[in-house]
Design a protein around this ligand. Structure first.
Ligand SMILES: NC(=O)C1=CN([C@@H]2O[C@H](COP(=O)(O)OP(=O)(O)OC[C@H]3O[C@@H](n4cnc5c(N)ncnc54)[C@H](OP(=O)(O)O)[C@@H]3O)[C@@H](O)[C@H]2O)C=CC1
Ligand SMILES: O=C(O)C1=N[C@H](C(=O)O)C[C@H](O)C1
Length: 251
């Protein structure tokens, strides 16, 4: 039985995972951590990781970018592998995540769904064919009105995947409202829409002359992310130090 600490247990994702693990014979939450204490869970909940003394095999994190440093400190100090799903992470924090991966197993992914992780691979081939043929690249993401970060971690991961395939020559453009010049070629436009309870939509548009190619992923429920995170946690428990991502889990 894999023992899990749920970081952000009383949030939307923490509660979906709590529900799924209640019916899982191979893994269970032994403790939760959250600033909010408005939910009754079957496991103990602490206001900080430091207060959490339970033995665990892995931490699942769906929390806040503000808590990344304390999460990494705890994971390294107690040598507990960590699956980081929180988005809105800065480049400086990303460095700290990679650094932590030198002493404990760390898996980081901005999107735990199978579909998006397959898309990350498909886009490389599309970019290598379409960008040299002059196609412009734009990403549009849509999320619920409770989301605090923009653009989404997934939109940035999609852009990074495309950019990597194009020798990292493209710059990201988040806002054209002050522009009075034509769109430069080596640019990936990234736009964010927030409203209602949209779970998560990502559209990648390759716009050429007289033809447009579009890739779209729609999440219809948060369960797709929760299932991926649980699969990742089962994969990561017991793994040696290293920096992993969902491609290591999905293959
Ligand atoms: N990788 C993926 O596939 C996915 C990633 N995400 C990302 O996961 C994160 C969480 O999403 P979601 O569950 O919707 O967000 P929620 O805001 O619903 O949940 C986050 C929870 O963490 C708590 N929290 C905030 N700061 C701290 C802290 N310092 N210590 C302990 N607990 C804290 C919040 O409490 P309070 O409300 O009191 O602040 C809240 O209960 C976001 O960054 C989101 O973008 C979401 C879905 C999929
Ligand atoms: O906050 C969310 O809800 C989501 N966040 C992730 C992101 O920022 O990419 C993944 C998913 O789209 C849902």
């Amino acid at each position: 039985m894999i023992r899990i600490i749920m970081h952000g247990c009383n949030g939307h994702m923490g509660q979906v995972i709590t529900g799924l693990l209640a019916a899982d014979a191979d893994a269970q939450i032994v403790a939760g951590v959250d600033l909010s204490d408005h939910i009754q869970n079957t496991y103990p909940v602490y206001a900080s990781l430091e207060a959490c003394r339970e033995e665990a095999d892995v931490i699942i994190d769906f929390c806040s970018a503000k808590a990344i440093e304390s999460l990494l400190d705890y994971s390294v100090k107690r040598q507990i592998p960590v699956v980081i799903c929180t988005t809105g992470i800065s480049e400086e924090q990303m460095e700290k995540i990679r650094e932590a991966g030198r002493s404990v197993a760390v898996l980081k992914s901005a999107n735990m769904s199978l579909g998006v992780n397959m898309l990350l691979k498909l886009l490389k081939e599309a970019a290598q064919t379409l960008a040299p043929a002059g196609f412009d690249i734009e990403i549009v993401e849509k999320h619920h009105n409770q989301k605090v970060d923009a653009p989404s971690g997934t939109a940035l991961a999609l852009a990074d995947s495309i950019n990597e395939a194009l020798d990292n020559e493209y710059a990201y453009k988040y806002d054209r409202s002050n522009e009075r010049v034509k769109r430069p070629k080596k640019e990936i436009g990234i736009s964010a829409v927030r409203g209602g309870n949209i779970v998560g939509e990502h559209e990648v548009i390759f716009a050429g002359t007289d033809e447009v190619v579009e890739f779209k992923h729609t999440a219809y429920s948060k369960a797709v992310f929760a299932k991926g995170a649980i699969e990742a946690a089962k994969f990561l428990a017991g793994k040696p130090a290293g920096f992993y991502d969902m491609s290591d889990v999905i293959g």
